[in-house]
Design a protein around this ligand. Sequence first.
Ligand SMILES: [Zn+2]
Length: 107
Amino acid sequence: MDDADLLRSLGVDPSTLDPAPAAPWRIAGAERLDGRHPCVRCGKPATLVGIVDLPGYGRRWLDRCMPCLLATTPRGKPQAPLADTLAVLREAAREAGVELTIVADES
Ligand SMILES: [Zn+2]
């Protein structure tokens, strides 16, 4: 997913985002997390900041909160089927002599 796809998935018009500086931007980004910038998706104070770079708009700040980041981040397909992963975890727990409780959500 490129920056244009990300903004489309968020329903954000890039022209509404604040212009962002050129690198290095991490200090300016950290200063942005002062509670004054709302999440572009839900409007709550942003807890994460990133930069998107779009033709015609340049670098723009993308302010989000963690729940919205997680809700809009595509999840890749697992590298191994869940059953295989669980078998490895159970074997490791058996070898370590510890009791293991696994809670998984396959969605
Ligand atoms: Zn949000």
